[in-house]
Design a protein around this ligand. Sequence first.
Ligand SMILES: C[S@@+](CC[C@H](N)C(=O)[O-])C[C@H]1O[C@@H](n2cnc3c(N)ncnc32)[C@H](O)[C@@H]1O
Length: 413
Amino acid sequence: MFSTLIESATPPATQASASERFMLLLESALNAREVQRLLLTKPQGGEVDLERLMVREVELRGERQLSMVWRYKTRDVTKNLPLSEGLACLKGLLGMPFQNAQLDTRLQEVQLAFSRKGKSSLRVGKAQGAAADRAASSHDHQKQRYLDLAQPFWQDLGLTHEVRGEAVLVPAMSRKWKQINKFIEIFEAALKSSSLADSPDVHVADFGSGKGYLTFAMHAYLSGLGKQAFVRGVELRDDMVRLCRDAAQRHGLHGLGFDQGDVRSYTPERLDVMIALHACDIATDYAIHLGLRARAAIIMCSPCCHKQLRPQMSSPALLRPLLQHGIHLGQEAEMVTDGLRALLLESEGYETQVFEFVSLEHTSKNKMILAVRRAQPLPQARRQELLAQIEAIKAFYGIKDQALQSLLCPTPA
Ligand SMILES: C[S@@+](CC[C@H](N)C(=O)[O-])C[C@H]1O[C@@H](n2cnc3c(N)ncnc32)[C@H](O)[C@@H]1O
């Protein structure tokens, strides 16, 4: 595999040492933007719990930086440094404390090793194995460029695990990974068309955040844009809140927080973006309502388990032969629920779309309601027209109560 082996104990002044050659190869790979992985392992001396240092290139506020994650037994410490500072820092870590360094580029695999006596060797070979696989699958990476699988917090959430020092997607999580990438892709377009496009800070709430996949994703995406991201997950289950809080703290993710709470009684301080991925049944209506009350610029949710309307729906005579089948009645209830939600959002001055955001193979709960607040208020006549349509549909199906509508217009006691 390795085509070149360079060894040096005390190199003559004119001959570059193995470490110097390693740094030169790293710099040129960075210049060519071909670094795929850099890992420093086998730490010696001082820090007992230190396991490895993982380095990757990131772009923060338009500047290329090295993101350096020191992995200890029970925590990670992350530092982002401008390229030149990062390279200087790395240079000082080769040999002591780290006895090994592995650099994978698109074309090469480079290994630097130090013996106990301090003798260093450098091996340079053609990329193969994981590095070559990564190059071959660069098309997939491009398709999913919104989120970075190498971010260490995914492992805490159970989305990735480590295989030979590299973060790899847990196969059972591939559908969730697809969903959150797609969610962020759609969010990106909505953000650009919203009043938040040039805002330096963005406040987001993720209702029914569960294990926090989307919450972390949103924080990572907005931070990567150079915005100050204040992202809160709101979740009923205490165990999940604790898991997410610990992971956010462990990785020093400022602005990312989790509250144990019920969306039905939660009051956010400021809310620019309301998101909810599969919040159960009418939790989605409460989440949309909170977004509306806060005049959020973007409201984005993928609903699940549409239970509220089905028992209320009396089949209109013409549709009875169709809706006699339970499956059709369920589908009808889902369509009417989300259709009414979209009309209500429209009537509140939001440009609203309902569409499939991932294909059925990734989840059966693949519907998205996306609402972006219009710059201009809705003309009264249009609002009245929409409200009349809502009442007509409710009357047609004999619906008495739809949660979002009741929250918006509570009936007087
Ligand atoms: C199907 S899970 C989705 C979790 C997460 N959004 C995801 O997609 O991975 C729905 C989550 O909503 C939470 N939930 C349900 N009703 C809620 C409420 N009223 N307030 C806050 N969380 C709620 C549940 O505990 C559950 O974790």
